[in-house]
Design a protein. Sequence first.
Lengths: 301, 407
Amino acid sequence: MDLEVRNVRKTFGPVRAVDGLSFRAQGGRIFGLLGPNGAGKSTTIRMIMNIIAPDEGEILFDGQPIRPADKDRIGYLPEERGLYRKMVVNDALLYFASLKNRSRSEAQAGIDRWLERFELLEWKMRKVEELSKGMSQKLQFIVAVLHDPEILFLDEPFAGLDPVSTESLRESVLELGRRGKTILLSTHIMDQAERMCGEILIIDHGREVLAGAVETLKARFGRNSVVIEFDGDPEVVRGTGLVTNLITYPRWVEAELAQGCTAQQLLSALVGRLSIRRFEVMAPSLHKIFIRQVGAREGRS
Amino acid sequence: MSKLWKVTGHEFRRTAGTKAFIVLTILGPFLIIAMTVVPAVVSQRQERGDLAVAVSGADAAVIARVAPQLEQAGILLEAAGSVSTRALDARLLDGELYGYLVFPPDIQAAGTLELVTREFPDYRVVELLRKAIGDEVTDARMRSAGIDPARIRQLTRPLELRTRQLTKRGEKVQQDQFSFIIVGIAFTLMLYMTILLYGQAIGRSVVQEKTSKTVEIMLSSVSERDLLFGKILGQTAASLLQYAVWVGMALIGMELIGPLLGIARLPQMAPVILLFLVVFFLMGFLLYAALYAGLGAAAEDEQNLGQLSWPVIVFLVFPMVSAGPIITNPSSSFSVFLSLFPLTAPVVMFVRVMVSEPPGWQILLSLGILAASVAVMMLLSARVFRVGILMTGKRFRLSEILRWVRR
């Protein structure tokens, strides 16, 4: 099932939450909707989910506006998490599956499989309110995928998850992608997006900043990025005057080579002043591209 | 099975399946009995002992003639002769006396008698004294005029007026005006209480659904209409179940303990009237449920819901307040208007059907308007719900709500 969003706009009072977005998500590829907080990601997903109506533009599923029957083929993990708190986990899952017109037996098999996968089997007969935040989030993901949807919308799926849960969730999403599902994932964590998405759309202030296949984008931004891992003061790297757009982490930095400078010049400038453990010339990370693009826009406005 | 029924079933179980609901269903009638019947019984049976009332300045013969009947009612008269009121005041302050009566020198001519008490006098005691002594004085007056009081009483016996109503079928039926009023008021109260109890609950549950984070998932599966209608229907079903249990228990209770308390049995009702009662009750309930759902959809939180819902209460109370004019003049244009206006129609039309024979077209029109209002109200609520969902945390003005509705 393909999704096409055409020139969608939404205004809340004076705020232009979404300002003319267009994109296409296709089966088998994970589409990343990226942007800083408040960029309009959730509003876009809510419009796709037909929870709020766009002021302008079209949203098409396989070339058609959404029909009531399509809801059974859609899975949704909203940004605002929450399930009927007083319900028993198993009953809640059965109820949500029944609302997607799944038979009881089919749903029950799915519930057992997914609960086991996320190590929640022992919570099956407990009430939703007894679950921890991370567990409820995994439960919420199960609600989204239990009916084996053809198209899946995940709004910030990793927010608040521990590394182990993040990993098993990531695995599940990738597997669904391999099985040909259309997946739209919104996140502001670029590393996650880089590791999962085939195609991305970066938005800010409701407008498109950058779009395309991850590989193409990285190629477009050239192989002029360097990652240096070292012991010592990162200011030394800045002090060489050979780099721009420096991002510092505790024990490493990512930077762009300044116009006309080569990696060789930079390396020789650093030798002897820092104890270098890794020096790599590479395509910029999504994170870097994101900061550069969004940051540049911020600067302009 | 359509999604609407799944939501309905879910909401029904969610409401009727809770422990609080089950406990309230079973204990409710006992609580109501405890609150209404017990105080009545207690105050009726309260042992107060006899009340001593001293009488100053009266003829011993007069006292002797009225004392026996007052004694039966627990009032002990004590002839105090012509003791000064100051001495009686002292005894009153000591608590020896409930009060004392001061007869004027010529009671037959004076026509006024004084009762002095410490507390505000019990109206029953005052009435008993007035009646017993008054009758005695009247009789004495008649006797001094040479008239036989028994003869006068016989001659002035009041006339009884029997009423019968001619129906369209030519029968003349006798109906008890009083039981109409009782049934009319009981029905109004019943609808009023039910709507207060459950209408608010429906409104609250819509607010909760709207503010809960579950609503987006629900809307990714069902339409807002199915969600809201299912909610209204499921909760209505649960409410009616609870109500049916209560009414059933009340009827059994009246059969069993009613006679012990001297409460009359329910007036017999014709099956047609009973049918109208059920139909108008259901329609009224659904209309108000939909209205409360709409308010819940517009409310920002539960507190806000309370503020928004007071106008509803006005419409509920209005027919109760105007029950008198409606019962005494069921065909006036005022009554006809109220029986067609949807928010008052359930009560007023039912009362009219009970006390008179409104034209068939008016009954049908009233039911038609009600049914249409229920449908329109539910659709409006769904609309407001839809628009209100993502705007939680913002107060709404009526104009804004109307604007959403028009959209």
